[in-house]
Design a protein around this ligand. Sequence first.
Ligand SMILES: Cc1cc2nc3c(=O)[nH]c(=O)nc-3n(C[C@H](O)[C@H](O)[C@H](O)COP(=O)(O)O)c2cc1C
Ligand SMILES: *[C@@H]1O[C@H](CO)[C@@H](O)[C@H](O)[C@H]1NC(C)=O
Length: 197
Amino acid sequence: PRPRRKRIVVAVIDATGAPVATSLLLHLKKLGVESHLILSTWGSATLKYELEAPNNTAAYLASLAHHSYSPRDVSASLSSGSFRTDGMMVAPCSMKTLAGIRMGYDNDLITKSAGVTLKERPRLVLVARETPLSSIHLENMLKVTRAGAVVFPPMMTFYTRPKAVQDLVEQSVRRMIDLLDLGIEERDEADGYGRWN
Ligand SMILES: Cc1cc2nc3c(=O)[nH]c(=O)nc-3n(C[C@H](O)[C@H](O)[C@H](O)COP(=O)(O)O)c2cc1C
Ligand SMILES: *[C@@H]1O[C@H](CO)[C@@H](O)[C@H](O)[C@H]1NC(C)=O
């Protein structure tokens, strides 16, 4: 049998950062990765505030993914470790979902599949978005990091001389994808998103 193609779970939560989610899904599509999208109820409400029409709906985001799931559906395949994946990105990740993952409080498909990702050990990347951070946020981040997750707050990068917001988003998303080991390195150079060397 042929090896199956790379499979990544993308959860989008009710935190600001819809452009990051869109860019991430577009990249995974270009890379030929099989993407599994879980869009939280409030995550879809955020889209219309942060993205330009017509590409600012849950249906548009779903059109970029191979499979979409309701966050309420804990009976979905992603709930089980027997459904193999190559990693999961929660982008953006709210402090509530961070807290849920830290405590193993699997009351929806997002926290559940994040917990499955931690126990099965492919990469879990949490694009946690809040600032400034309370000691509660920091403790939750430390705990999930010790459990194997990578906390990746989307940061502004200036050494690349960004001209527009989209440049900052692109740079950040490319660094997130690096963590999934999908082999994007050569493409960066070709697209004009160089690395520090
Ligand atoms: C068929 C099925 C089997 C499940 N098995 C487990 C399990 O073994 N362990 C677990 O932590 N969650 C399991 N879940 C997920 C939980 O049902 C889910 O996290 C739910 O939100 C828990 O809510 P509750 O604690 O209020 O019951 C399962 C779900 C389904 C539909
Ligand atoms: C909306 O998305 C489609 C498909 O990704 C793209 O071809 C189109 O250019 C986008 N439209 C706008 C206004 O960004």
